[in-house]
Design a protein around this ligand. Structure first.
Ligand SMILES: NC(=O)c1ccc[n+]([C@@H]2O[C@H](COP(=O)([O-])OP(=O)(O)OC[C@H]3O[C@@H](n4cnc5c(N)ncnc54)[C@H](O)[C@@H]3O)[C@@H](O)[C@H]2O)c1
Length: 349
């Protein structure tokens, strides 16, 4: 049985609590929030202790695994602190906002001999799993074009509910917060990115960061990619989608949360294609989808079997690197290469 503790009892914590209650190999032992009422409400419902200081919780409870569900800009500092206690760590997306933080988090967990996982639950959507299987089986042939679209609706009241939302220091814009899932899916499906050119704008809300952005990608394979993301869709969420086009096939997964196969069309058809197209559509109650439970089960299995998890720290870092390059492109007005950057390395110095 894995003892699990949560840090941050805000919006996404409810999803984590529900998943942990459903997973037999985990036992939620304590929760922590600096807002006492939030920690108490969460703990009372579960009949477990609560804390307002996570150092105190980690000392007292000695959890095996800690879920970090705090504002994105705090993930780096929190993971560094927790790693000192020798716990495995699951951190919500985005793993951090800067690559320096991401690298320190990965290094700290490596040093402590513990595992770091970054939540990317959309990889577990049934439709996405089928797409990935088709890609791994080579059914697309040469890849041509990958596109993700996030057309969601977040009004001023969404950004105003907490001071950290919509800020550069703690959150990032639609590309970092909402579209980081879709950017992760695009790289997972299409492979390494060579370079990116991007533009952003803020159209319908008063925030520091962008509510709308587009990016054009060059993949190392020679294929191209498009990211289109906005939280300025009105009057409601319209789409969260990915499409992959290759020389031998086209797949489009749409719906509002990458949850429905719209097109499943291969030149070399097989017997299961019609079933795959019709039997992998899900209707989640919210944009978070159903993937958290499968994601956490993968984390538990990875810890128990001492094998790599699906989205470990380095894997989670990839989309953050691309997001950082997107913002660099916006700020410089230039196409930004992702590779061949100076690395923190003593070789030759
Ligand atoms: N995977 C997903 O689909 C998904 C969905 C929503 C949010 N998220 C991510 O989850 C994270 C949290 O988002 P949210 O919407 O739940 O935010 P939230 O503001 O509702 O909750 C964050 C909580 O962390 C608490 N907190 C802050 N500092 C703390 C500290 N030092 N110790 C203990 N608690 C502290 C806050 O008081 C707050 O209750 C963000 O990184 C966000 O991007 C992921």
């Amino acid at each position: 049985m894995l003892k699990v503790a949560l840090i941050g009892c805000g919006r996404i914590s409810k999803k984590h609590v529900a998943c942990l209650q459903a997973i037999e190999q985990t036992q939620l032992c304590a929760v922590c929030d600096i807002v006492e009422q939030r920690a108490r409400d969460c703990a009372d419902a579960l009949d477990i202790p609560y804390y307002t200081d996570y150092h105190e919780m980690l000392r007292q409870e000695k959890p095996d695994l800690v879920h970090v569900l705090t504002p994105s800009g705090l993930h780096g500092a929190h993971v560094l602190d927790i790693a000192d206690y020798g716990c495995h760590i699951l951190v919500e997306k985005p793993m951090a906002l800067t690559l320096e933080d991401a690298d320190s988090m990965i290094e700290a967990c490596d040093r402590a001999g513990t595992k770091l996982f970054v939540v990317k639950q959309n990889r577990y959507n049934l439709a996405v799993q089928q797409l990935k299987r088709a890609l791994d089986a080579g059914r697309f042939g040469k890849l041509v074009l990958g596109t993700v679209r996030v057309r969601w609706c977040r009004r001023q009241d969404y950004y105003d509910q907490d001071a950290w939302r919509g800020t550069w220091a703690m959150d990032g814009g639609v590309l970092t917060t909402q579209a980081s899932h879709h950017i992760d899916l695009l790289e997972w499906c299409m492979g390494e990115v060579e370079s990116v050119f991007a533009r952003t704008t803020t159209r319908l809300v008063d925030i520091e960061v962008e509510d709308t952005g587009v990016a054009m990608l060059q993949f190392t394979s020679g294929a191209l990619g498009i990211i289109e993301a906005t939280t300025a869709t009105r009057p409601e969420d319209l789409e969260g989608s990915i499409s992959v086009l290759g020389e031998k096939g086209s797949v489009e997964i749409g719906g509002f949360a990458v949850n429905e196969i719209k097109t499943w069309n291969f030149a070399d058809k097989n017997e299961q294609d019609e079933e795959i197209r019709t039997d992998n559509n899900q209707m989640p109650p919210d944009v978070y989808g159903f993937g958290h439970r499968l994601f956490i089960e993968n984390v538990v299995q990875s810890i128990q079997s001492k094998t790599s998890g699906l989205v470990h720290g380095l894997e989670g870092r990839k989309s953050l690197e691309l997001i950082n390059a997107i913002y660099e492109s916006v700020e410089t007005g230039r196409e930004v290469p992702l590779k061949f950057r100076a690395r923190k390395c003593r070789l030759g110095r």
